[in-house]
Design a protein around this ligand. Structure first.
Ligand SMILES: [Zn+2]
Length: 337
Protein backbone atom coordinates (compact mmCIF):
# COMPACT_ATOMS: atom_id res chain seq x y z
CA UNK A 1 0.00 0.00 0.00
CA UNK A 2 1.37 3.45 -0.87
CA UNK A 3 2.68 5.30 2.15
CA UNK A 4 3.43 8.89 3.08
CA UNK A 5 6.51 9.47 5.23
CA UNK A 6 5.78 11.68 8.24
CA UNK A 7 8.19 12.75 10.99
CA UNK A 8 6.57 10.20 13.34
CA UNK A 9 6.65 7.35 10.82
CA UNK A 10 5.01 6.18 7.61
CA UNK A 11 1.23 6.35 7.29
CA UNK A 12 -1.07 4.83 4.65
CA UNK A 13 -1.76 7.50 2.00
CA UNK A 14 -5.52 7.05 2.42
CA UNK A 15 -5.20 8.26 6.03
CA UNK A 16 -3.61 11.62 5.13
CA UNK A 17 -6.96 13.42 4.96
CA UNK A 18 -7.08 17.18 4.33
CA UNK A 19 -3.50 18.15 3.54
CA UNK A 20 -1.68 21.47 3.31
CA UNK A 21 1.15 20.77 0.86
CA UNK A 22 3.53 23.66 1.57
CA UNK A 23 3.89 25.20 5.02
CA UNK A 24 6.66 26.38 7.34
CA UNK A 25 6.14 25.38 10.96
CA UNK A 26 9.29 27.27 11.90
CA UNK A 27 11.39 29.25 9.46
CA UNK A 28 14.31 31.66 9.57
CA UNK A 29 16.69 33.28 7.16
CA UNK A 30 20.13 31.68 7.29
CA UNK A 31 22.12 33.08 10.21
CA UNK A 32 19.17 33.77 12.51
CA UNK A 33 20.28 30.85 14.69
CA UNK A 34 23.16 33.08 15.88
CA UNK A 35 21.00 36.13 16.62
CA UNK A 36 20.34 36.75 20.33
CA UNK A 37 17.17 38.64 19.42
CA UNK A 38 15.75 35.64 17.57
CA UNK A 39 15.93 33.26 20.56
CA UNK A 40 12.51 31.95 21.53
CA UNK A 41 10.75 30.20 24.37
CA UNK A 42 10.25 26.58 23.35
CA UNK A 43 7.05 26.02 25.30
CA UNK A 44 5.45 29.24 24.20
CA UNK A 45 6.11 28.51 20.51
CA UNK A 46 5.03 24.90 20.87
CA UNK A 47 1.80 25.85 22.62
CA UNK A 48 1.02 28.31 19.81
CA UNK A 49 1.77 25.80 17.07
CA UNK A 50 -0.29 23.06 18.71
CA UNK A 51 -3.24 25.43 19.15
CA UNK A 52 -3.12 26.50 15.50
CA UNK A 53 -2.79 22.91 14.28
CA UNK A 54 -5.86 22.03 16.33
CA UNK A 55 -7.70 25.07 15.00
CA UNK A 56 -7.02 23.86 11.44
CA UNK A 57 -8.27 20.40 12.36
CA UNK A 58 -11.45 21.79 13.91
CA UNK A 59 -12.25 24.37 11.23
CA UNK A 60 -11.41 22.58 7.96
CA UNK A 61 -10.44 19.06 8.95
CA UNK A 62 -6.66 19.52 8.68
CA UNK A 63 -4.95 16.15 9.12
CA UNK A 64 -1.58 16.48 7.39
CA UNK A 65 0.83 19.34 6.83
CA UNK A 66 3.93 19.29 4.64
CA UNK A 67 6.69 21.40 6.13
CA UNK A 68 8.67 22.65 3.14
CA UNK A 69 11.35 24.39 5.18
CA UNK A 70 14.71 23.54 3.65
CA UNK A 71 17.75 22.48 5.62
CA UNK A 72 19.35 25.95 5.78
CA UNK A 73 16.15 27.87 6.57
CA UNK A 74 15.42 26.49 10.01
CA UNK A 75 14.15 22.96 9.45
CA UNK A 76 13.89 21.64 12.99
CA UNK A 77 13.21 17.89 13.36
CA UNK A 78 12.59 17.97 17.13
CA UNK A 79 10.14 20.85 16.81
CA UNK A 80 8.32 19.15 13.93
CA UNK A 81 7.89 15.93 15.92
CA UNK A 82 6.67 17.68 19.05
CA UNK A 83 4.32 19.99 17.14
CA UNK A 84 2.86 16.96 15.37
CA UNK A 85 2.36 15.09 18.65
CA UNK A 86 0.92 18.04 20.54
CA UNK A 87 -1.18 19.42 17.67
CA UNK A 88 -2.51 16.05 16.49
CA UNK A 89 -1.62 16.72 12.83
CA UNK A 90 0.70 14.59 10.67
CA UNK A 91 3.80 16.51 9.61
CA UNK A 92 5.94 15.66 6.59
CA UNK A 93 9.49 17.07 6.73
CA UNK A 94 11.47 18.17 3.70
CA UNK A 95 15.05 17.80 2.69
CA UNK A 96 16.60 20.06 0.06
CA UNK A 97 17.61 23.66 -0.35
CA UNK A 98 16.26 27.15 -0.91
CA UNK A 99 17.32 29.27 -3.91
CA UNK A 100 20.97 30.23 -4.18
CA UNK A 101 20.37 33.97 -3.71
CA UNK A 102 19.63 33.15 -0.07
CA UNK A 103 20.36 29.50 0.51
CA UNK A 104 22.62 26.59 -0.48
CA UNK A 105 25.43 27.26 2.03
CA UNK A 106 29.02 27.15 0.78
CA UNK A 107 29.64 23.63 2.09
CA UNK A 108 26.96 22.38 -0.28
CA UNK A 109 28.08 24.51 -3.23
CA UNK A 110 31.29 22.46 -3.25
CA UNK A 111 29.45 19.19 -3.73
CA UNK A 112 28.72 17.28 -6.89
CA UNK A 113 25.29 16.24 -8.09
CA UNK A 114 26.06 12.68 -7.00
CA UNK A 115 27.04 13.81 -3.50
CA UNK A 116 23.96 16.01 -3.20
CA UNK A 117 21.75 13.14 -4.37
CA UNK A 118 23.27 10.87 -1.73
CA UNK A 119 22.60 13.49 0.95
CA UNK A 120 18.95 13.88 -0.08
CA UNK A 121 18.45 10.14 -0.16
CA UNK A 122 19.97 9.62 3.27
CA UNK A 123 17.69 12.31 4.76
CA UNK A 124 14.76 10.33 3.37
CA UNK A 125 15.87 6.76 4.04
CA UNK A 126 18.00 7.08 7.21
CA UNK A 127 16.81 10.31 8.78
CA UNK A 128 18.05 13.85 9.33
CA UNK A 129 21.64 13.79 10.64
CA UNK A 130 21.74 13.08 14.37
CA UNK A 131 18.11 11.96 14.44
CA UNK A 132 15.90 9.14 13.21
CA UNK A 133 13.42 11.61 11.73
CA UNK A 134 13.01 10.74 8.07
CA UNK A 135 12.00 13.26 5.39
CA UNK A 136 9.03 12.64 3.14
CA UNK A 137 9.65 15.15 0.35
CA UNK A 138 12.48 16.94 -1.45
CA UNK A 139 12.27 20.71 -1.87
CA UNK A 140 14.08 22.38 -4.77
CA UNK A 141 14.13 26.10 -5.45
CA UNK A 142 15.04 28.73 -7.98
CA UNK A 143 14.64 32.50 -8.11
CA UNK A 144 16.07 35.74 -6.81
CA UNK A 145 16.07 37.56 -3.48
CA UNK A 146 12.62 37.83 -1.98
CA UNK A 147 13.02 41.28 -0.42
CA UNK A 148 13.97 42.99 -3.69
CA UNK A 149 12.22 40.98 -6.39
CA UNK A 150 13.49 40.78 -9.95
CA UNK A 151 13.44 38.08 -12.62
CA UNK A 152 16.33 35.64 -12.73
CA UNK A 153 18.86 36.38 -15.46
CA UNK A 154 19.87 33.79 -18.00
CA UNK A 155 22.79 32.10 -16.22
CA UNK A 156 25.95 30.65 -17.79
CA UNK A 157 24.19 27.27 -17.97
CA UNK A 158 21.65 28.77 -20.40
CA UNK A 159 18.86 28.50 -17.82
CA UNK A 160 16.93 30.79 -15.50
CA UNK A 161 18.00 28.38 -12.77
CA UNK A 162 21.39 29.10 -11.16
CA UNK A 163 24.32 26.69 -11.42
CA UNK A 164 24.06 25.54 -7.79
CA UNK A 165 20.29 25.39 -8.00
CA UNK A 166 20.67 23.24 -11.12
CA UNK A 167 22.82 20.76 -9.20
CA UNK A 168 20.17 20.48 -6.49
CA UNK A 169 17.43 19.93 -9.10
CA UNK A 170 19.47 17.23 -10.81
CA UNK A 171 20.24 15.58 -7.48
CA UNK A 172 16.55 15.63 -6.54
CA UNK A 173 15.57 14.09 -9.89
CA UNK A 174 18.08 11.30 -9.41
CA UNK A 175 17.04 10.69 -5.82
CA UNK A 176 13.40 10.49 -6.84
CA UNK A 177 14.15 8.04 -9.60
CA UNK A 178 15.96 5.78 -7.13
CA UNK A 179 13.73 5.95 -4.05
CA UNK A 180 10.38 7.31 -5.27
CA UNK A 181 10.28 10.33 -2.95
CA UNK A 182 8.01 13.22 -4.07
CA UNK A 183 9.47 16.61 -5.03
CA UNK A 184 8.09 20.10 -4.42
CA UNK A 185 9.42 23.33 -5.91
CA UNK A 186 9.81 26.98 -4.98
CA UNK A 187 9.64 29.33 -7.93
CA UNK A 188 9.66 33.09 -8.11
CA UNK A 189 6.61 35.12 -9.16
CA UNK A 190 8.79 37.49 -11.23
CA UNK A 191 10.04 34.55 -13.25
CA UNK A 192 6.51 33.46 -14.14
CA UNK A 193 5.84 36.89 -15.58
CA UNK A 194 8.95 36.70 -17.77
CA UNK A 195 8.98 33.03 -18.86
CA UNK A 196 7.70 29.56 -17.91
CA UNK A 197 9.95 28.87 -14.95
CA UNK A 198 7.85 25.90 -13.82
CA UNK A 199 8.38 24.14 -17.10
CA UNK A 200 12.13 24.84 -16.89
CA UNK A 201 12.14 23.32 -13.40
CA UNK A 202 10.20 20.28 -14.54
CA UNK A 203 12.45 19.78 -17.59
CA UNK A 204 15.50 19.68 -15.38
CA UNK A 205 13.97 17.16 -12.97
CA UNK A 206 12.74 14.98 -15.82
CA UNK A 207 16.15 15.02 -17.52
CA UNK A 208 17.35 13.12 -14.46
CA UNK A 209 14.49 10.66 -14.58
CA UNK A 210 11.97 12.21 -12.19
CA UNK A 211 8.33 11.16 -12.56
CA UNK A 212 6.22 14.30 -13.15
CA UNK A 213 3.31 12.63 -11.35
CA UNK A 214 5.40 12.99 -8.16
CA UNK A 215 6.26 16.67 -8.67
CA UNK A 216 4.46 19.74 -7.31
CA UNK A 217 5.32 23.08 -8.92
CA UNK A 218 4.88 25.81 -6.30
CA UNK A 219 4.02 29.52 -6.32
CA UNK A 220 2.71 29.34 -9.87
CA UNK A 221 -0.58 31.23 -9.91
CA UNK A 222 1.06 34.26 -11.47
CA UNK A 223 1.26 32.48 -14.81
CA UNK A 224 -1.10 32.61 -17.75
CA UNK A 225 -3.29 29.54 -18.14
CA UNK A 226 -1.24 28.50 -21.19
CA UNK A 227 1.92 28.33 -19.10
CA UNK A 228 0.19 26.26 -16.43
CA UNK A 229 -1.34 23.96 -19.03
CA UNK A 230 2.10 23.22 -20.49
CA UNK A 231 3.04 21.87 -17.04
CA UNK A 232 -0.24 20.04 -16.51
CA UNK A 233 0.11 18.33 -19.90
CA UNK A 234 3.34 16.77 -18.65
CA UNK A 235 1.49 15.32 -15.65
CA UNK A 236 2.92 17.46 -12.82
CA UNK A 237 0.79 19.20 -10.21
CA UNK A 238 0.41 22.96 -9.76
CA UNK A 239 0.10 24.44 -6.30
CA UNK A 240 -2.03 27.43 -5.36
CA UNK A 241 -0.46 29.00 -2.28
CA UNK A 242 -0.03 32.31 -0.46
CA UNK A 243 -3.81 32.77 -0.63
CA UNK A 244 -5.06 35.98 0.88
CA UNK A 245 -1.61 37.53 1.26
CA UNK A 246 -1.36 39.41 -2.01
CA UNK A 247 2.25 38.18 -2.01
CA UNK A 248 4.04 39.75 -4.98
CA UNK A 249 0.73 40.86 -6.42
CA UNK A 250 -1.07 37.51 -6.15
CA UNK A 251 -4.74 38.01 -6.99
CA UNK A 252 -7.04 35.45 -5.31
CA UNK A 253 -9.78 35.99 -7.86
CA UNK A 254 -7.44 35.47 -10.79
CA UNK A 255 -5.99 32.38 -9.09
CA UNK A 256 -9.41 30.86 -8.38
CA UNK A 257 -10.33 31.54 -12.02
CA UNK A 258 -7.26 29.59 -13.16
CA UNK A 259 -8.23 26.70 -10.87
CA UNK A 260 -11.71 26.69 -12.40
CA UNK A 261 -10.23 26.64 -15.91
CA UNK A 262 -7.92 23.77 -15.01
CA UNK A 263 -10.78 21.78 -13.45
CA UNK A 264 -12.98 22.40 -16.50
CA UNK A 265 -10.21 21.18 -18.80
CA UNK A 266 -9.89 17.93 -16.87
CA UNK A 267 -6.86 18.74 -14.73
CA UNK A 268 -8.70 18.61 -11.40
CA UNK A 269 -6.45 15.75 -10.31
CA UNK A 270 -3.32 17.89 -10.60
CA UNK A 271 -4.03 20.84 -8.32
CA UNK A 272 -3.11 21.30 -4.67
CA UNK A 273 -3.87 24.15 -2.28
CA UNK A 274 -2.00 25.48 0.75
CA UNK A 275 -1.09 28.65 2.65
CA UNK A 276 2.75 28.69 2.56
CA UNK A 277 2.42 30.20 6.00
CA UNK A 278 5.25 31.01 8.39
CA UNK A 279 3.54 29.42 11.44
CA UNK A 280 6.45 30.67 13.51
CA UNK A 281 9.18 32.90 12.13
CA UNK A 282 12.39 33.00 14.13
CA UNK A 283 13.42 36.65 13.99
CA UNK A 284 12.40 38.05 17.38
CA UNK A 285 9.73 40.63 17.99
CA UNK A 286 11.54 43.38 16.08
CA UNK A 287 9.47 45.59 13.78
CA UNK A 288 9.82 45.03 10.04
CA UNK A 289 11.84 47.75 8.30
CA UNK A 290 12.71 48.75 4.75
CA UNK A 291 15.98 46.88 5.15
CA UNK A 292 14.28 43.81 6.65
CA UNK A 293 10.77 43.82 5.23
CA UNK A 294 8.03 41.33 5.92
CA UNK A 295 7.90 39.16 2.80
CA UNK A 296 4.39 37.74 3.21
CA UNK A 297 1.52 38.50 5.55
CA UNK A 298 0.66 35.55 7.81
CA UNK A 299 -2.96 34.73 7.14
CA UNK A 300 -5.15 33.48 9.99
CA UNK A 301 -5.94 29.76 9.77
CA UNK A 302 -9.62 30.68 9.49
CA UNK A 303 -9.01 32.44 6.16
CA UNK A 304 -9.11 29.16 4.25
CA UNK A 305 -12.49 27.83 5.42
CA UNK A 306 -14.17 31.19 5.95
CA UNK A 307 -12.95 33.19 2.97
CA UNK A 308 -11.06 31.20 0.40
CA UNK A 309 -13.16 28.06 0.03
CA UNK A 310 -16.31 30.19 -0.40
CA UNK A 311 -14.43 32.19 -3.06
CA UNK A 312 -13.61 28.96 -4.89
CA UNK A 313 -17.25 27.90 -4.71
CA UNK A 314 -18.30 31.26 -6.15
CA UNK A 315 -16.00 30.49 -9.08
CA UNK A 316 -17.96 27.29 -9.64
CA UNK A 317 -15.45 24.90 -8.09
CA UNK A 318 -17.73 22.46 -6.30
CA UNK A 319 -17.13 20.49 -3.11
CA UNK A 320 -16.14 17.34 -5.00
CA UNK A 321 -13.44 19.29 -6.86
CA UNK A 322 -12.28 20.90 -3.60
CA UNK A 323 -12.07 17.50 -1.93
CA UNK A 324 -9.91 16.23 -4.76
CA UNK A 325 -7.64 19.28 -4.42
CA UNK A 326 -7.31 19.04 -0.63
CA UNK A 327 -7.47 15.29 0.02
CA UNK A 328 -7.12 12.96 -2.97
CA UNK A 329 -4.41 14.78 -4.92
CA UNK A 330 -1.98 15.30 -2.01
CA UNK A 331 -2.49 11.69 -0.87
CA UNK A 332 -1.59 10.37 -4.32
CA UNK A 333 1.31 12.75 -5.00
CA UNK A 334 2.91 12.51 -1.54
CA UNK A 335 2.84 8.71 -1.51
CA UNK A 336 6.20 7.21 -2.39
CA UNK A 337 6.32 5.75 -5.88
ZN1 LIG B 1 7.38 28.33 1.24
Amino acid sequence: MPAIRTVLGDIPARDAGVTLTHEHTLIFWPGAEFDHRAAFDWNEVMTGLAAEFREGAASFGLRTLVDCTTVEMGRHPKLLCEASERGGVNVVAATGFFCESMGIPYHWRRQSVAELAEFLERDVTEGIVGTRVRCGIIKVSSGQDDAHPHPSPLFANGRHIGIYEERVFRAAGRAQKRIGVPITTHSDPEDWRAYNIGLEQLDLLMEEGADPAKVIIGHCFYASFDKLEAILRRGAAIQLDNIGTGWRGLDDDYAAGLVRQAVDKGYGGQIVLTFDRFWYQMRGERPFTELDPEVAVRMPVSFLPERFLPLMRRHGIDDAAIRRIMVDNPARILAFA
